[in-house]
Design a protein around this ligand. Structure first.
Ligand SMILES: [Zn+2]
Length: 219
């Protein structure tokens, strides 16, 4: 099953995708994590990636597509994967479709998480968010604090606030999301593969809705 996860910053789509990945044994591919990792490694293209990550701008398409192709053709993706943070634009959605079509393949679902009303809830969520400097596991001081303050439950490495989790970056990412998401979501809606989930509920409730919507049984 190949799914793309779409939603505004802070909606929790990464956590949902990660959980689904653990329960169904298909990889969660977070474009944001991949790009942040590349930035830390300071390899080629570091400059343009840096500006994307710090300011919330869109990465040049060709850089992202290269990462994407390298990743989804790996062996562990044979039974499907969950893409998070890509595609962000209609153009990228078309690119993804043509990459898949080359393999005689197609996307099963586009999953959208949304929160009704203003962006205040989202911003609050973002500001309480921490992630592991080693394994990129995410925590929330509000909803899911680590067992030991400041350190990862899984690997004991220090937790950090993401550099792009600031009010100005949030606003910028939110504006970008609003601008690009509508045509993207319309595209998947027309294809008949869009599933929408209200993410205002707790993480557990939203996850239960997701499983039900996808028709996935959890043992
Ligand atoms: Zn960790």
């Amino acid at each position: 099953m190949k799914i793309v996860f779409i939603g505004p910053p802070g909606v929790g789509k990464g956590s949902q995708a990660k959980r689904l990945s653990a329960d169904t044994l298909r990889p969660h591919i977070s474009m944001g994590d991949m790009l942040r990792l590349q930035k830390m490694k300071k390899i080629q293209g570091g400059k343009s990636l840096g500006s994307f990550i710090d300011c919330g701008d869109l990465v040049p398409c060709e850089v992202v597509i290269k990462f994407l192709k390298d990743r989804i053709f790996k062996e562990d993706c044979r039974n499907g994967y969950y893409l998070d943070g890509f595609p962000r634009t209609l153009k990228q959605a078309n690119v993804l479709d043509s990459i898949l079509a080359e393999q005689g393949d197609f996307l099963d679902f586009a999953v959208e998480f949304y929160i009704p009303g203003t962006g205040n809830d989202l911003f609050e969520r973002i500001m309480s968010r921490l992630s592991c400097s080693q394994c990129s596991e995410t925590y929330s001081m509000k909803n899911r604090p680590p067992l030991r303050e400041g350190f990862c439950d899984l690997c004991d490495a220090p937790l950090l606030r993401r550099e792009d989790d600031t009010l100005s970056s949030f606003r910028k990412r939110m504006d970008i999301f609003k601008k690009w998401a509508t045509p993207l979501l319309d595209y998947y809606k027309e294809k008949g593969i869009l599933l929408r989930f209200n993410a205002l509920n707790s993480i557990d409730e939203t996850y239960a809705d997701l499983l039900k919507g996808l028709g996935v049984q959890k043992e």
